[in-house]
Design a protein around this ligand. Structure first.
Ligand code: BGC
Length: 719
């Protein structure tokens, strides 16, 4: 349709139809059998059956046949035959599940992220889904928060690059294409800063921190053309995000020029009552309308109260029209007025879901997301003739996909399956009872350490340990990040038996593994890697893939350090080089994390030398410095290295972080190969938010290049 036709359609719609467009309900409202986990106040919604005919969208309904049917029935009932928009949480793949976003962040591979998102788009589009509630661009610093698994990590630049890559992958050049879907970034904003890592909790951060750290990746989503933005559950500056004019009207729309649709998170408008800023649903609806929330997800205050608000003169009909126009424009961009079923195709669905090409991509992504944290004495890769024992609750578990996985079966995903496929000589297994979820009241596995004697003849034991995926993600905050007691006991017992121990950790967050490090000769951080987890882990353990993942989030020494992140500010009393009293430190723990951001081992060894920083002003692309460094693979094994560039602004008018990642590149280096890698440092990279605007201030800068946020060569330059 032309924009003119869209506007004519809008003008011909009744108020009820408009409010229906602005309301999203679960598929069970449409008389299908689906039900979603309703955290919203369904009973209080006061919806009449005729309202359902007006609804504009639904969430988390899947299946081409079913969605085609739903669309047909809905369009027959809708007075103007306006099609529904089918939205869903396709977070890391639909059927071909790839690694959780935190793990994808560890790949530092934006091309891979784009490919994975494009694959998710293909699988979603053929099933009839039009839009995904992804990527989650929330910056995260607190591993107690269960949703860190949905974020690419703690760094704004890595987050932004991964976020834009995901948006590009989902949307391509044209969201109307039959194999593409629209992308909704979330949760705007600052949800990752929920106080004390407790989900849904207050967010209270300074404007400077918000702008420089937390907003960066959302802005990248907007610049990449994301079609939709979702509000968050938290307050920002004491106003819930769904009613926050500063966030939605000023920053998102006015400053960033976002002209897409804004949707609230699940029942978030209703929650303004519990927050205590709205007396009732009517007031909550008014706040959300004023803030510019176009679609209300899973509560019905727009439908119930907007008419009254307009009639009483409290809300201008212009606000409604503006919202509905954006929604209709999105439906139009998706091509739904011409083809309401878009890519939905039951035959293609069978062909595309879990096809060979997708499984291969998922496996590649999984292998690239693994981070090797420890490898004493070069225990890994596994010796070909090793007699291998297998232990632990994740040794033979299908619970390795991670949250938001709608896959039907995960038999292939187990570690045992992967090892078997690689022909690893597994001579014994013990204590492999699967982990239960704390969400279901199960706090630990049974103590079966007595069984471990079965592994006495093995040379090496691979121990699959971790946390249940249900204990990560939404509403899965924790105060203790250690492995469960019996898992720690198992690792200690194996070590005491004199076994070489390889711990493979399955988790959705950095865990506190310091207590078990002495018992493990090698530690492989496997996160939740999706449908090809087992084969990909075996690829790394056996040496078919040389691990190249780098931590996208720091691992704390102890939960007492949290939040611990690399790009922190300096204090007036920094620890370095000072006596230990009256400086900023702990009495019982170092300041540094156990493993820092950007850290990860490989089977190769790299040497950095010859850091050179030259002034090279190019007004056109904003370049100010040219930086180069030599990187040499000094081992016999070919590998992939992620070269990271950090800066530090030595003196500025507001305090600057001790270092900030500004760029990274990945290079493949053959055995003993040396390459020179170059970066451009732009004025934009050297600029920052001075509490009023983004500025560049001349002065001294440190330029650091290296292997991780802690292993860096440094040069100083005056600009
Ligand atoms: C989550 C969102 C999700 C939505 C729809 C909410 O509870 O916070 O991330 O997209 O549900 O399922």
């Amino acid at each position: 349709m032309t924009d003119k036709q869209i506007r004519e359609l809008l003008a011909s719609m009744s108020l009820e139809e408009k409010l229906g467009e602005m309301t999203q309900m679960a598929p069970n409202f449409f008389g299908t059998e689906d039900s979603v986990d309703l955290t919203g106040p369904m009973k209080q919604m006061n919806l009449r059956s005729e309202d359902v005919a007006y609804l504009g969208s639904t969430l988390n309904a899947f299946g081409a046949e079913k969605l085609i049917q739903m669309q047909k029935e809905h369009m027959a009932r809708q007075p103007h035959h306006i099609p529904l928009m089918f939205m869903a949480d396709v977070i890391h793949g639909l059927k071909t599940i790839y690694p959780i976003p935190l793990a994808m962040g560890c790949s530092f591979d934006t091309g891979l992220m784009e490919e994975a998102a494009a694959m998710a788009a293909r699988e979603s589009a053929v099933t009839g889904v039009h839009l995904t509630f992804s990527p989650m661009a929330d910056l995260v610093r607190d591993p107690r928060w269960g949703r860190v698994m949905e974020s690419p990590g703690e760094d704004p630049v890595l987050n932004a690059r991964m976020t834009e890559a995901a948006v590009r992958g989902y949307q391509g050049d044209d969201i109307a294409a039959p194999d593409r879907i629209a992308s909704c970034f979330k949760h705007f904003g600052g949800y990752g800063a929920s106080e004390a890592g407790r989900d849904y909790n207050t967010v209270d951060i300074s404007d400077g921190t918000l702008r420089e750290f937390y907003l960066t990746a959302y802005k990248a989503a907007v610049d990449a053309g994301a079609a939709m933005a979702m509000t968050s559950f938290n307050t920002i500056d004491r106003i819930p995000a769904s009613g926050n004019k500063k966030m939605f009207r000023k920053i998102l729309r006015e400053e960033w020029g976002f002209d897409g649709v804004a949707i609230t998170d699940f029942s978030a408008i209703h929650e303004m009552i519990a927050h205590g800023i709205a007396a009732d649903g009517k007031e909550a609806a008014r706040y959300a309308l004023e803030a510019g929330a176009d679609i209300e997800m899973m509560s019905a205050h727009y439908l119930n109260y907007a008419r009254e608000l307009i009639e009483e003169g409290k809300v201008d009909i212009g606000l409604i029209d503006e919202a509905v126009l954006r929604i209709l424009q999105l439906k139009n961009k998706l091509g739904l007025f011409e083809n309401p079923f878009k890519g939905a195709d039951p035959d293609k669905e069978k062909e595309v879901h879990l096809c060979k090409e997708h499984l291969e991509l998922a496996r590649r992504a999984a292998a690239r997301s693994i981070v090797l944290l420890k490898n004493e004495g070069g225990l890994l890769p596994l010796a070909k003739d090793a007699k291998v024992g297998l232990a632990g609750p994740f040794a033979d578990s299908v619970d390795v996909l991670g949250g938001w996985a709608f896959a039907d079966s995960a038999e292939r995903a187990t570690l045992l399956n992967g090892l078997k496929e690689h022909g690893v000589n597994i001579t014994a297994t013990a204590m492999t009872q699967r982990m239960g979820a704390m969400q279901r009241g199960i706090m630990d596995v049974e103590d079966q350490t007595a069984e471990l004697t079965a592994l006495a003849d093995c040379d090496v034991v691979i121990a699959g340990v971790g946390e249940h995926p249900e204990d990560t993600g939404e509403s899965a905050s924790k105060t203790v990040l250690r492995l469960s007691h019996n898992q720690e006991k198992m690792l200690e017992r194996l070590h005491d038996m004199g076994k070489k121990v390889i711990a493979v950790i399955f988790s959705g967050r950095p865990m506190e593994i310091r207590p078990v490090l002495p018992f493990c000769d090698a530690v492989v951080q496997a996160w939740f890697l999706g449908i090809e987890a087992g084969p990909a882990i075996a690829d790394v353990l056996c040496g078919d893939v040389n691990p190249s993942g780098r931590l996208s989030m720091s691992f704390p020494q102890t939960v007492g350090q949290v939040p611990v992140y690399y790009n922190h500010m300096n204090t007036g009393r920094p620890l370095a080089g000072k006596p230990h009293r009256f400086v900023s430190c702990y009495l019982d723990c170092p300041n540094e994390p156990l493993f820092p951001f950007g850290y990860g081992l490989s089977y190769s060894e790299y040497r950095y030398s010859g850091l050179s920083v030259e002034k090279a002003v190019d007004a056109e692309d904003g370049t100010m410095l040219k930086v180069s460094v030599d990187v040499e693979n000094v081992s016999d094994v070919a590998g992939r290295e992620t070269i990271q560039l950090y800066i530090h602004d030595v003196v500025a008018s507001v305090v600057r972080p001790v270092k900030e990642l500004k760029d990274f590149v990945q290079v493949d280096l053959g055995a003993h190969e040396k390459k020179t890698v170059s970066f451009k440092v732009t004025r934009e990279m050297l600029s920052y938010w001075n509490n009023q605007a983004r500025v560049f201030e001349p002065g001294d800068f440190e330029i650091m290049v290296g292997h991780s946020s802690e292993e860096l060569l440094t040069a100083r330059v005056t600009l």
